[in-house]
Structure formats: C-alpha cells, structure tokens
Write a protein that binds this ligand. Structure first.
Ligand code: P6P
Length: 336
C-alpha cells in the first residue's frame, strides 16, 4: 500500500510481507533507524543553540575534524542499533574498525549488518545547510552465532537488502528502499511521526541540473572536463544549471525529484575520488537504481564493485539515467 499519509510504521508492517525474508527483523531494523533519526533530528535542529558546534577536537579515520554533531549522531545510531539486538555488526564512517554486536553469542541469531555515514556533509552544520545520514543493510555471509568478520562488510552493493538516507533539511525526510522501489517519508515534528509524502520516487529519465565541485576543475580527468563543457554549451536542451550544495544527500534528493546528475570524480588531488564505497556510494546507488536512475564510477556499475577495504573511496557518477550515460560516453572517449 502506498497511499499518502500512511505512517512509516504502518508502511513497514504492510510491506513486510512483500519482503521475501519477512522475519520481521528487517522491519525492526528500519524502525530502529527511524527512532535514531528522530533523536538526531532533534539535535541537528538545535545545533545553533547549544554548544555542540565546532570540532570535537578529534579527527576521524578520514583525517577530517569531527564535529560534535558527527560524534553525537554516530553514538546515537550505534547505541540504538546495539540496544535492540537486531544487528550482528555495525560499520561507520566515524569508526576506524567495524563493531561486532553479540555476534559470537549463540542465543543471538541476528543476521544483519549495517554500514552508516551518521552525518554526511557535516561541514555544512555550522552554516545551517542541510546534512544527512546514509545507511546500508546486508545479510551477514558468515555463519549466524559466530563473530562477524570483515567479509560480512566487504560485500558488493548488489547484495544490499535495504538502503536509505535521512535528510535534515527544511523538513526532515527518511527515504529508503528494500528492493521494491523508493519511498519518502516526511517527519511531522509536532507529533514525531513520519508520513508517506513521496510514494514511489523516481529519477526523471533526464534532467538539466549537474552537481559537481567545479573548484576542482583543473584537477579533473579530461572526460569530466569535456562533460562539464558539454553541460555548459548553448545547444539543444543546454546549458544546464549547476547546483552543488556540498551535501551528497541533499544534492541527490533534489536531483531525484527534479532530474540531474551528481559527480564526484577522481582527480589529481583525490586519486580515487572522495566518497566512500560502502556507506555512501553503494546505498545511494541502490536507491538510484530502484528509482530508475543509474550509478557508476564513470565506467562500471557501482553496485558490482567488489570492496577490498572498509573505508575505500570510489569515483561516483549518479542520477538520471540518460545524464549518467552521457557522462560515461565522455569518460569512455577520453580512454579511446
Ligand atoms: P567537496 C561531504 O563531506 C561529502 O562527503 C558529500 O556529502 C559532499 O557531496 C562532498 O563530500 C563535498 O566534497 O570536496 O566538494 O567539499
């Protein structure tokens, strides 16, 4: 059922039966993410009011200053997921290594692992620009009741059973897929309930928005430079509009509604690009494909990349199918 104003809770229950492994665990997992999202939303919305702005003083494995809200969001999602004994392992952008959750305790038959970017775009926090949480869910591949291993996390994106994001913007939305399309839920903060506001979200087949940090133009591969110039040419349906928020979730969300392409390519300063495969690119790629869009590294499908490291980075081209295909043509031509 996808009638508007269904609550997220009702939607999960009504659609649980459509999920082939309707053990109820995945429903409980999505519900746990829903709860954590409401807690983080509350903190994000008051960030300017209490002293949780500014770097927490630490830096994460990426060498980035950890904003206090990063730390808080990371703690809230991990704590919520651990407390419900639904998952057997968690990996986070903010954690150097993965976290095992009771997975070597035989009475816990938890079979899901969650990979998460608890607060993506956090550099925008201090300037009141929207940020987001991204999550990706897999079934473990090692035997239930044994300790999770890195193998449980280094799975290709095609193995995902669910993925989604929360965007803390002018309104707070939770957008997710379990492999049967993409649905968007908007939070009514007055009563703390998410309502189905965007059923069956789909990327327009093409669009007129390109999202890339053109400040890095001189460092880009020639194929990306050529595609950017193509977007700017006065010809046919162009020039396109450049829109870049500096928050992947926000740029992706706008492009999914209006049509567009987001590109974070590799460059001479970011040899593998900046975005992380496991908890940014794979979940966004799953959503993109479920919304009739496309996601590649400029050459091959993101979700078919075999991960080798927890925090590995990949170049990312994602959005309206025809726009990604055109960008891929320019990438292929540069190799010719
Ligand atoms: P740049 C945020 O840090 C992020 O991971 C994405 O959300 C965003 O699209 C990108 O990096 C911005 O990176 O190098 O353009 O500032």
């Amino acid at each position: 059922m996808d009638r508007k104003n269904t609550t997220l809770g009702e939607f999960i229950i009504e659609n649980q039966s459509s999920f082939q492994y309707s053990s109820g665990e995945l429903s409980k997992l999505i519900n746990a993410i829903r709860l954590a999202a409401k807690v983080v939303n509350h903190e994000v919305n008051k960030a300017g009011l209490i002293d949780i702005l500014g770097a927490a003083g630490d830096t994460n494995i990426q060498g980035e200053d950890q904003q206090k809200l990063d730390v808080l969001a990371n703690e809230k999602f991990i704590q919520t997921l651990k407390n419900r004994e639904i998952v057997c392992g968690i990996a986070s952008e903010e954690e150097d290594d993965f976290i095992s959750v009771n997975s070597n305790d035989e009475k816990h038959q938890n079979k899901y692992v969650v990979l998460i970017d608890p607060l993506d775009g956090s550099s925008n926090i201090d300037v009141n620009v929207s940020v987001g949480t991204i999550f990706s869910i897999y079934r473990r591949v090692t035997p239930i009741g044994t300790p999770v291993t890195l193998e449980d996390f280094l799975q290709p994106g095609v193995n995902q059973v669910a993925a989604g994001y929360i965007v803390y913007g002018t309104s707070t939305m939770l957008v997710y897929t379990t492999g049967d399309g993409v649905n968007g839920f908007t939070l009514n903060p007055a009563i703390g309930t998410f309502y189905l506001s965007h059923p069956r979200m789909q990327f327009p087949e093409t669009g007129k928005i390109y999202s890339v940090n053109e400040g890095n133009y001189i460092h880009f591969p020639q194929g990306v430079k050529n595609y950017i110039k193509y977007c700017q040419l006065e010809e046919g349906d162009r020039p396109y509009t450049s829109r870049y928020i500096g928050s992947l979730v926000s740029d992706f969300h706008r492009n999914m509604i209006k049509g567009g392409i987001y590109i974070y390519p590799k460059s001479s300063v970011a040899m593998e690009g900046k975005l992380r495969l496991l908890y940014e690119c794979n979940p966004m790629a799953f959503l993109a494909e479920q919304a009739q869009g496309k996601a590649s590294d400029g050459f091959k499908r993101i979700m078919e990349i075999q991960p080798t490291e927890l925090h590995q980075r990949v170049p990312f081209f994602c959005g309206s199918r025809k726009m990604v295909e055109k960008a891929e043509e320019f990438m292929a031509a540069q190799k010719a």
